[in-house]
Design a protein around this ligand. Structure first.
Ligand code: AMP
Ligand code: MG
Length: 480
């Protein structure tokens, strides 16, 4: 059912008349062309924007004419951040802005933010643009993660804009695009870091109030330091869950800088991401991550390090010991949330006893054997209910080796969460839907070489099937 459009430009209540110290009003770039390449009709309908004609879509999401009763001008959000552990005070929304804010049917506040919409005071030497390939990649990542049940931003719109861009890491000139993202806030850890850098305690407190009011309303009755610490505790919980979800999805974000981490624990900003073909902890996504700082197996550590920076910023207005206690819960919760995430993907019920130990043993086996990552979760969805599917599947011989005996015995002892889901067409195939780098490049090459979007469209259809088969409901992450 279509929901009503509910504008809610809440960010305007933050800062002085010009938005300082939180944001600056900016103007969008004007582009030579507007070709709609992707329109997320599913999510547009959920936020009351599904009825737009194609011309209206372009007017708002390509030319950025304000939405009714919403922000009158786009806002470039100010932030700093640690990039590969070095503090950078020169960043901020350099090629994007906050375009509009609205509420969903559960009254939650959502942002429509952009990528590639032009230069801002924070562009430094950059052109403020997004490559079409970058936009296509962000769609593929968000669609896939959503289908796997990961709490992620949604790609809302992608419009090709007819410019030729120069990039060092892509054959150039390359095509341009402007993207719109739907997400639960654009309050990055780095927004707090910037305010702490400026020693602006008043604004840190204001931003804490904003985050609690809109994203953690159950903490609204608290005040003073207790409220700050409780907010931090909640962000720690969301973030450790996100790290576990990335692991269970076999996903490597690639650039876990503090400006790419959201206080709602929602995964966002997809650059050089990759899905891991196997459970190799050293698998790295970004070619520029030469030390493997953000490798597959180090993502939880990166998240914890980033949380420590957020805690450091908050320590300007709250007790350090209390914040440290909250930070420690990252380690204490890790095993539980890892077990949750892996059991969710396997479609089996938690038992409580040794669940995490089982996950670790399974991961070790996967690492040793090089079992294809997504295939394992596909083959064993529902545990015992999938035994014959798994054994007769395309890597069935891996499961009949004695090395797998322990894992098999454990898997068969768990109860399926929802056995009926196995009747879905998705599970009739021999292969799961995957998003390995070779497939991504093949999809892009068809677009680049022949403007052929058929592989892209076909992949979106496969993902939709997968999403339907698993039926994960993204909103549930917000209730815990
Ligand atoms: P990212 O690596 O995309 O998370 O971006 C890190 C910082 O660099 C942010 O401040 C971005 O706004 C900025 N940035 C990245 N690409 C560009 C670009 N083409 N033009 C301007 N700023 C950019
Ligand atoms: Mg970023």
């Amino acid at each position: 059912m279509a929901e009503p459009y509910r504008p809610a430009p809440e960010i305007e209540k933050l800062g002085d008349a010009d938005g300082a110290p939180f944001y600056d009003a900016v103007a969008p770039a004007s582009f030579p062309d507007h070709i709609v390449r992707y329109r997320n009709q599913r999510w547009a309908t959920k936020v009351g924007l599904g009825d737009f004609t194609q011309d209206q879509w372009i007017a708002h999401f390509g030319k950025f004419e304000p939405l009714p009763d919403n922000l009158s001008k786009p806002l470039a959000v100010r932030y700093h951040g640690h990039q590969f552990r070095h503090y950078n005070p020169d960043i901020g929304d350099g090629r994007g802005f906050l375009f509009a804010q609205l509420r969903d049917e559960q009254d939650r506040l959502l942002d429509l933010g952009t990528k590639g919409s032009g230069q801002t005071p924070y562009s430094r030497m950059g052109d403020g643009r997004l490559t079409l390939k970058g936009g296509v990649r962000e769609i593929l990542a968000t669609e896939m993660l959503e289908a796997q049940g990961v709490y992620t931003s949604k790609t809302f719109s992608l419009i090709e804009t007819g410019e030729a861009l120069e990039r060092q890491d892509e054959p150039s000139p390359t095509r341009s695009a402007v993207m719109v993202r739907l997400s639960h806030s654009h309050v990055r850890f780095g927004v707090f870091q910037r305010l702490a850098f400026e020693k602006d305690e008043q604004s840190i407190g204001d931003l804490v109030d904003y985050c609690v009011r809109h994203f953690y309303p159950s903490l609204s009755d608290l005040s003073g330091e207790a409220k700050v610490t409780a907010l931090f505790q909640a962000v720690v919980e969301r973030t450790v869950r996100l790290a576990a979800q990335w692991m269970a999805a076999g996903f490597v974000h690639g650039v876990l800088n503090t400006d790419n981490m959201n206080v709602t624990g929602e995964s966002f900003d997809y650059g050089p991401w990759r899905f891991a073909p196997t459970a190799d902890p050293n698998f790295t996504a970004a070619y520029f991550d030469q030390t493997g700082l953000y490798a597959f197996g180090r993502q939880a550590e990166a998240c914890a390090w980033n949380l420590a920076q957020l805690g450091g910023a908050l320590s300007r207005i709250a007790d350090t010991d209390a914040l440290n206690t909250a930070l420690k819960s990252f380690g204490e919760r890790y095993e539980e949330v890892m077990a949750d995430a892996y059991f969710q993907r396997l479609g089996i019920k938690r038992t409580g006893t040794d669940d995490f130990e089982f996950v670790m043993a399974l991961m070790r086996w996967m690492t040793e054997t090089g079992a294809p990552y997504e295939q394992l979760f596909f083959d064993w969805y529902g545990g015992p209910a999938s035994q014959s599917r798994a054994d007769t599947g395309r890597v069935g011989e891996l499961y009949t080796q004695s090395k797998f005996d322990d894992a098999r015995a454990r898997l068969l002892a768990f109860e399926p969460v929802d056995e009926k889901r196995l009747a879905h067409d998705y599970f009739k195939s021999k292969r799961p839907c995957t998003m390995l780098i070779g497939e991504v490049e093949e999809i892009w090459d068809a677009i680049a070489d022949a403007d052929d979007w058929s592989l892209f469209e076909e992949k979106l259809r496969q993902i939709a099937l997968m999403r339907d088969a698993y039926g994960f409901d993204a909103s549930r992450y917000l209730t815990g």
